[in-house]
Design a protein around this ligand. Structure first.
Ligand code: G4P
Length: 533
């Protein structure tokens, strides 16, 4: 088998997503424990920025340090190379998560059985649904008094716009939790609390009618038969194609903290999760097995040492083979560049890589040449599509409080917005700058980093705002009314596209009504301005 094809078949690249506190960090740790990538529980630090730390800059910096080290966790399991891309838990960094989701081939979604589908779960799943990303659901914390499993499954279907198919089913919940029945293997994993244990206590049955079931569970055996028959009746056959096309999500139940149900989840994941898939670019779909290397930047992380302004740009390899020290084409800059020190990541440590294959993520040292969405190729000029930019939710006007540091401020804002930390909108040939972010916390991070990395000090002034809309139009006459009445609300984004920052929902609706030939988009793709996600 050709080398590239063999490597593609060996790789699976995925992310674990959840609403904060559902158990993503705990599950990640247990998966690493099974793979042997770490030896003891507690070795993976939570990368979440806790709610209490909202104005604690040092804490933010510390947390950022942890999250860069765990941005990509590569490990081997059953002879497969698994790349687990970590995503920030804090909702103010949600946009980073959305972009990371463009670099994976599938996801595991963790849901807390007490809380069910939460706000962030819905937002993250929306991004997965846009790309039909295959999803496996893990319903966690079965050791707690959670909600009825069928009710949870119904809620997932209703709120997340995806069909579900339980592959296991719990017997009891919370205090009464006895374990999980594997519907396909007809085996039962008995629940035991033990955080370090790897082997599970599993018993195989000869189908649901097996009298051994009564011996093991007494009067609960009937309940188990009833529940599993019900599930079989409601959800029908599991078709792997429907999972791969993102239409049906297989569901597992367990308790990550107690290391329960994780092995089953991981083994099914290894069996069914997709290998690196073809990706859409401006000239059509690019096959991973193509001879020529290509990839895109989905995340940029600043160096933690303020004295060094270099950053790490994370590149997902999409096709061919990446080789260290070989010249590749930076499509946006139209320049050929080579990378002497590409890095790969293994649990907490970073090491030099000589080559990488589709599905792999490598860290490239970046002196400021990369933006989110940039494509590298072996000479081709296409760009990868599908990397979203969403309208920010909070807007502030930038006020320079140290006029002698204007240049530094300009540069700092340029770099930090390239990283995707915030979006920049300008007016009056760049003299009025508005920063838009997903959550308030990013203003604290920006202010801190502008001062510590660039020596620039700023204030952020509030402004009335609802949302930003990218405006598409054919001729100037399409936006005549907008220019006349809303001139002060019109800005340019970093790529020179026209953006309307509506003061209120009302002004947005008025603008849409009065400018019927223009299109107002609240989300775009970095390399394809015409797509409303
Ligand atoms: P996150 O990354 O999704 O934000 O969640 P994380 O894994 O940090 O888990 C959030 C909390 O839920 C943690 O408790 C964790 O121990 C707990 N947890 C995770 N899985 C289970 C489970 O299966 N059962 C129960 N009962 N709890 C679970 P914490 O007190 O917030 O943090 P910690 O002090 O334990 O780290």
């Amino acid at each position: 088998m050709p080398e590239i094809l063999e490597n593609i078949r060996n790789r699976k690249t995925f992310a674990i997503i959840s609403h904060p506190d559902a158990g993503k960090t705990t599950l990640t740790e247990k998966i690493l424990l099974y793979s042997g990538a770490i030896q003891i529980a507690g070795a993976v630090k939570s990368n979440k920025i806790r709610k209490t730390a909202t104005s604690d800059f040092l804490e933010i910096e510390k947390q950022r340090g942890i999250s860069v080290a765990t941005s990509v966790l590569s490990f081997e399991y059953s002879d497969k190379k698994i790349n687990l891309l970590d995503t920030p838990g804090h909702k103010d960094f949600a946009e980073d998560t959305y972009r990371t989701l463009t670099a994976v081939d599938s996801v595991i979604l963790v849901i807390d059985c007490v809380k069910g589908v939460e706000e962030q779960t819905e937002k993250l799943m929306k991004v997965c649904r846009m790309r039909n990303t295959p999803v496996i659901v893990f319903i966690n914390k079965l050791d707690r008094e959670g909600r009825d499993p069928i009710e949870l499954l119904d809620e997932i279907e209703a709120k997340l716009d995806i069909h579900v198919r339980p592959l296991s089913y719990p017997l009891g919940i919370g205090y009464q939790f006895r374990g999980v029945y594997n519907i396909f293997k007809h085996s039962f994993a008995f629940y035991q609390t033990n955080k370090q244990r790897i082997e599970e206590d599993v018993k195989l049955f000869n189908g649901l009618s097996d009298p051994e079931l009564d011996k093991s569970f007494g009067s609960d055996a009937e309940k188990l038969r009833h529940d599993v028959n019900l599930v079989e009746g409601i959800y029908g056959e599991f078709d792997i194609q429907n999972y791969l096309s993102g239409q049906v999500a297989p569901v597992f139940f367990g308790s990550a903290l107690n290391n329960f149900g994780v092995k089953e989840l991981l083994e099914t994941f290894i069996e069914i999760a997709p290998n690196p898939l073809p990706r859409e670019a401006t000239n059509g779909f690019i096959e991973p097995s193509s001879e020529k290397f290509s990839g895109f930047i989905f995340k940029i992380h600043a160096n933690l040492d303020p004295k060094h302004r270099d950053r790490i740009a994370f590149l997902r390899v999409c096709s061919g083979k990446f080789e260290r020290n070989k010249y590749y084409h930076h499509v946006r800059l139209k320049r050929d560049i080579k990378f002497p020190n590409p890095a790969s990541f293994m649990a907490q440590s970073k090491s030099l890589v000589d080559d990488a294959y589709p599905g792999d993520v490598i860290g490239l040292y970046d002196s400021g040449i990369f933006k989110i969405g940039d494509t590298l190729t072996e000479g081709d000029t296409f760009m990868y599509k599908g990397i979203p930019a969403f309208s920010p939710e909070v807007f502030r006007i930038v006020r320079n409080t140290d006029p002698f540091k204007s240049k530094q401020l300009e540069k700092g804002i340029q770099y930090l917005t390239d990283e995707g930390l915030a979006q920049l909108f300008t007016q009056n040939l760049g003299n009025k700058k508005v920063i838009g972010v997903v959550g308030e916390l990013q203003f604290d991070v920006l202010k801190y980093r502008l001062l510590h990395e660039y020596g620039a000090s700023v204030d952020f002034l509030g402004m009335p705002s609802y949302k930003a809309f990218w405006v598409l139009f054919e001729t100037e006459s399409d936006i005549e009314d907008l220019k006349r009445l809303r001139y002060n609300s019109l800005y340019e984004d970093k790529n020179g596209h026209l953006v309307f920052i509506a003061e209120s929902e009302y002004t947005y609706h008025m603008a849409v009504e009065k400018n019927p030939k223009a299109r107002f988009l609240s989300a775009i793709e970095h390399n394809d301005f015409t797509v409303n996600l």
